[in-house]
Design a protein around this ligand. Structure first.
Ligand code: MG
Length: 337
C-alpha cells in the first residue's frame, strides 16, 4: 500500500472555512498555534485535532464519575460532569453553526472546559481553594490538565486553551467561539440542574418562578430552544455573541432561584460537609505521604501542588475509596466468600 499523504484534505477544509465562516470566526489556518510547534495533520485541522486529543484523554473519561450537583448519584438519570459537558457541547455547536463560527474550535473548548473539576462538584473546589496555599479554581486547573498533567501536556492551540481558561462568566474569552461556550455552559447547567432537582424531588415544576417560565417555556426542551434561538437571533443582529433583555433576565432569575433553593440549601446538599471532609483529609494525607500519589503525578511540582493535582483529578468514587484505604481500618479474618 502506498503511503497516505492526505490528498490535501486538511487544506480543503481550511479553504472551506475561509469561504463559508463568519468574518468574526477563527479560521483554523489562522490559529496562533501551539506551545510547541508540530507537523500539521494531513486530514484534520488544528482544532479538530485538539478536540480528538481531549476526547482521548484520561481526564475526559474521569468526568463520568464526577459530581455535577447531586453527589455520587446512584440513580440512572442524574447528570454527571460528563453528561453536563456533552450538553454544553451540543448547545454550543448549535449556536456556533447558526452563527457560522468555527464549530470544531467551539467543540474542543466545550469538551475541555471542565476537565479540571474536582470530585464532589463545587464543594471540592471550595475546600481546595481554602486549604491549598496556591488557591484553586477549576478553570485554571482545566488548563493545567491539558498543558501539564495529561501525559505531560496535550500541546493544544492557543485558542482552545484561552477558551478553556476563560469559560467562567467573570472572564472574557478572546474568541467568539469561547464566548459561545461560556453562554452555552450557563444555558446547559441552569436547565439540567432544574431538571435533576425536579427528578430528585427537591423542586416541583410549579415552584419555578412563573415570569421566567412564561418567557422561556414550560418544559426543559422549550426553555433551551428559546435561549438558543434568542442567542442566535440577537448575535446575528449585533454581529457578535450576545444575549440581553428579558430572555437573559429570565435565565438569571432561574439561576438565582437554583442558588436559593438547590445549590445552597436543600436536602441534596446535606452530604456536602462530609464530601468536603473527604477532600480536605485526602489533601493533607497526600501532603504527608507524597509516596502514595499515583504514578503519573510524579515529581513535577512541590508536594502540596502534587497533592492538589492528585486529589482534584479524582472521581467521587475513587476519592471515597482512597479515603477508606487511608483512614478506615480494614476488617480482619473474614472468611473469603
Ligand atoms: Mg461547565
Amino acid at each position: 500500500m502506498s503511503e497516505f499523504h492526505g490528498h490535501g484534505i486538511r487544506e480543503k477544509t481550511e479553504e472551506y472555512e475561509a469561504r463559508t465562516l463568519s468574518p468574526v470566526a477563527v479560521l483554523s489556518s489562522k490559529s496562533r498555534g501551539r506551545l510547541v510547534e508540530e507537523e500539521p495533520c494531513p486530514v484534520r485541522t488544528v482544532f479538530q485535532r485538539d478536540r480528538d486529543r481531549i476526547i482521548h484523554s484520561k481526564a475526559f473519561r474521569r468526568l463520568k464519575d464526577k459530581t455535577q450537583v447531586f453527589l455520587a448519584p446512584e440513580a440512572d438519570h442524574y447528570r454527571t460532569r460528563l453528561t453536563h459537558t456533552l450538553e454544553v457541547c451540543q448547545i454550543a455547536r448549535t449556536i456556533a453553526r447558526g452563527l457560522r463560527l468555527n464549530e470544531d474550535l467551539t467543540e474542543a473548548i466545550a469538551l475541555g472546559h471542565d476537565l479540571g473539576h474536582t470530585p464532589f462538584g463545587h464543594a471540592g473546589e471550595e475546600v481546595l481553594d481554602r486549604i491549598h496555599p496556591g488557591g484553586f479554581a477549576h478553570n485554571l486547573q482545566s488548563l493545567r490538565v491539558v498543558d501539564v498533567l495529561e501525559d505531560g501536556g496535550l500541546n493544544l492551540t492557543w485558542e482552545v486553551r484561552d477558551g478553556i481558561k476563560c469559560h467562567p462568566w467573570r472572564e472574557t474569552p478572546s474568541t467568539e467561539e469561547g464566548r459561545c461556550v461560556q453562554l452555552a455552559d450557563r444555558i446547559a447547567y441552569v436547565n439540567h440542574d432544574i431538571d435533576d432537582a425536579i427528578r430528585g424531588g427537591v423542586l416541583k415544576p410549579e415552584d419555578l418562578p412563573s415570569d421566567a417560565v412564561g418567557i422561556l417555556g414550560k418544559t426543559h426542551g422549550k426553555r433551551i430552544n428559546t435561549l438558543v434561538t434568542a442567542v442566535i437571533g440577537e448575535s446575528l443582529e449585533k454581529g457578535r455573541l450576545s444575549l440581553s433583555g428579558d430572555v437573559l433576565e429570565a435565565l438569571t432569575v432561574l439561576r438565582q432561584f437554583l442558588f436559593d433553593r438547590v445549590y445552597i440549601d436543600s436536602p441534596a446538599k446535606k452530604e456536602e460537609d462530609k464530601a468536603k471532609g473527604v477532600v480536605e483529609a485526602l489533601y493533607h494525607y497526600y501532603c504527608r505521604h507524597p509516596e502514595m500519589i499515583g504514578g503519573s503525578y510524579a515529581a513535577i511540582a512541590g508536594v502540596d501542588v502534587r497533592a492538589c493535582d492528585y486529589v482534584s483529578g479524582m472521581t467521587d468514587r475513587f476519592a471515597i475509596a482512597q479515603y477508606r484505604l487511608a483512614f478506615v481500618p480494614s476488617t480482619w479474618g473474614l472468611d473469603p466468600s
